[in-house]
Design a protein around this ligand. Structure first.
Ligand code: F6R
Length: 612
């Protein structure tokens, strides 16, 4: 979603800002801009489209190139279309304040009317411009920049991560956050503000994560943090855990492909140190503090969005199957608004790659306020969801740059499996069965490698049907959420319409869609209902559908029913999603490439959805 970069130091700000914006491109955006103080004025360059357009625009504004302090932004349109006027930074009408903003100012309309009654004028349709004018209004009466930002933030409802400049205080940046991440990187006599660590990591690994309702006031080479109530705070300097190499393409054409191929390693990293084979125990340091409570938990609710929600659905199966504890999965966006019933002994598990998804965060807060034990399965270390949970387990998947989530999904499922085994073993699971599962889980990375080896064959199959506009994905049991995930992957990056369903549901309506040549993907590995899936395949074949099956290695019989087969190695049913999803990720990727789509920056999508 939107991205913020700010710089104050001894180097040319423009280079660092533009490079930072490029590193944030993966988050999704449709316009960009930069502002710096030059010759006693706030000078901006902004435009719709890509960063390359902004660089052309910057070439026409040499004053910005000289500045050693500035702010920059990539905007993902919410209020108003992606035009130059709506792009950030937004200047106040008197030219004294410039601001970049992530999040949504919910009460922007009454604030705008109030400011208009004071004679303020507006050049854009955005909620963000209201905030720059509001700060300017308070600055006009107090003459105190920091105080003006503080006062304005008290008037705002909604979410924000902001970086603000004042024309009259050219050596100062003020930053603040509520509900939208903001990090300050601390370099050698310089500070880099960003909404995402990837914009900082090239310059320093030392960062301070701002908390909600907190401000950073950076003057030249000094920074202090205060709450918006003006209480000084002390923040520890933390280390960014990943390096620049991890966010490079490494010879792959796209981040999505790189991340698909990273999965053997990301799952190994996720499992590392957590499977104690000698004692037949899963050890998860992040939940030790709540271990007793966990074992007594009577009901688990997974809450998440999108792909993470699909991982939650698999978690539901895993917890009920391996730990025999009732579990359910809720869309975070629905859960938060429907006054959920949280009884004693309920634990809520928020699943999130970014740890910043607004709906998931709000659902977590709702559950915690109602007394649930709040747990997280999160990738981004130090993210808001990770900080706001009572306990949790990190994925250790490394940074996920591709907008379509792949390696985070499989690591989410791997963590859920470990949690289910952890609970199952403490309740009833025998040491023998536990050992068998742990060994099978440890073998998954190697098995994924054998699935990845089919990449070229998958491309050939997809090339036969990549022009079809409607696809179905069908699976049962553990593989039903995989069908949903396969359909989501395909639609989000190739813009093909795809639906995922439990296979047996097809005959209750969707079968009407089947026509000659329509691709139908069956996730059909060895399982208790395999014969029933074969009957579903027959039903599709009888209507001329083009059947692609994901089947267990060695199953030659299925070739009689399917037009194409992708094989996965045999493993316990509970672990199948970790393997069966891999060919579907490759299928979606190849379809998108064949259709000429921008795989890593699909239209309208953002990597981290920090608005409702
Ligand atoms: C799809 C995808 C999204 C995310 C969803 C939640 O490929 O990436 O559906 O899974 O927006 O994001 P996180 O996991 O960051 O909370």
């Amino acid at each position: 979603m939107c991205g913020i970069v700010g710089y104050i130091g001894h180097r040319k700000a423009q280079d660092i800002l533009v490079e930072g914006l490029k590193r944030l491109e993966y988050r999704g955006y449709d316009s960009a801009g930069v502002c710096a103080v030059a010759d006693g004025a706030l000078v901006t360059a902004k435009c719709p489209g890509r960063i390359a357009n902004l660089e052309e625009r910057l070439a026409e504004v040499p004053a910005i190139g000289q500045a050693t302090l500035g702010i920059a932004h990539t905007r993902w349109a919410t209020h108003g279309s992606p035009t130059e006027a709506n792009a950030h930074p937004h200047l106040s009408d008197d030219g004294r304040i410039a601001l970049v903003h992530n999040g949504i100012i919910e009460n922007y309309l009454p604030l705008k009317q109030w400011l208009q009654s004071k004679g303020r004028t507006f050049a854009s349709q955005t909620d963000s411009e209201v905030l720059s004018n509001l700060i300017a209004e308070f600055y006009a009466s107090s003459g105190d920049f920091v105080e003006a930002v503080r006062t304005a933030l008290h008037e705002v409802t909604g979410t924000y991560g902001i970086a603000v400049l004042c024309r009259d205080e050219p050596d100062r940046i003020v930053a603040a956050r509520r509900g939208s991440p903001l990090i300050v990187g601390i370099g050698q006599d310089e500070y880099i503000i960003a909404s995402d660590a990837s914009a900082i990591v090239a310059h320093t690994a030392n960062v301070v994560y701002l908390h909600d309702n907190e401000m950073a006031v950076i003057d030249g080479d000094q920074m202090r943090t205060i709450t918006i109530d003006n209480v000084p705070t002390t923040r520890e300097v933390e280390l960014i855990e990943y390096s620049l190499e991890e966010i490079a393409l490494d010879g792959f054409d796209h981040f999505m492909l790189k991340e698909i191929f990273e999965q053997p390693q990301s799952i190994r990293d996720c499992l590392r140190g957590r499977l104690n084979m000698r004692e037949s125990r899963v050890q998860l340091g992040g939940i030790e503090s709540v271990a007793r409570e966990l074992v007594k938990t009577r009901r688990f609710i997974f809450t998440a969005c999108g792909t993470a929600w699909h991982a939650g659905l698999i978690g539901e199966f895993l917890f009920e199957d391996l730990a025999r504890i009732p579990a359910e999965t809720e869309y975070a966006s629905e859960f938060r608004y429907r006054n959920p019933i949280i009884e004693d002994g309920t634990a809520v598990i928020a699943i999130s790659q970014s740890g910043e998804t607004a709906d998931t965060l709000a659902a977590l807060r709702e559950a915690r306020d109602k007394g649930a034990l709040a747990l997280g399965i999160v990738n981004a270390v130090g993210s808001t969801i990770a900080r706001e949970t009572d306990a949790g387990v990190y994925l250790h998947a490394g940074p996920e740059i591709g907008v379509a989530s792949t390696k985070a999904f499989t690591c989410q499922v791997a963590v859920e499996t470990m949690l289910a085994l952890y609970l199952g073993r403490r309740k009833f699971m025998s040491q023998e069965i536990m050992t068998r599962f742990m060994e099978a889980l440890a073998a998954i990375p190697g098995q994924i490698e054998t699935v990845l080896a089919q990449s070229d064959m998958i491309r050939d199959v997809v090339s036969r049907v990549a022009d079809r506009e409607n696809w179905l994905f069908l699976g049962r049991g553990y593989n039903y959420p995989v069908a949903l995930e396969g359909a989501l992957k395909l639609k989000e990056i190739s813009y093909i319409h795809a639906e995922g369903l439990p296979a047996a549901e097809m005959k209750h309506g969707p079968i009407a869609l089947i026509h000659k040549g329509m691709p139908v993907v069956f996730i059909a590995p060895r399982c208790g209902v395999y014969d029933k899936i074969i009957s579903n395949i027959e039903e599709v074949r009888a209507r001329g559908g083009y059947v692609i099956a994901v089947a267990t290695e060695g199953n030659k019989e299925i070739r009689r029913y399917a037009d194409a087969v992708f094989y996965v190695p045999d493993c316990p049913q509970a672990l199948q999603p970790l393997l069966t999803v891999i060919p579907l990720q490759l299928l979606a990727y190849q379809a998108a490439v064949l259709r000429g789509c921008n795989v890593d920056k699909p239209r309208n999508l953002a990597k981290s959805v920090t608005v409702e």
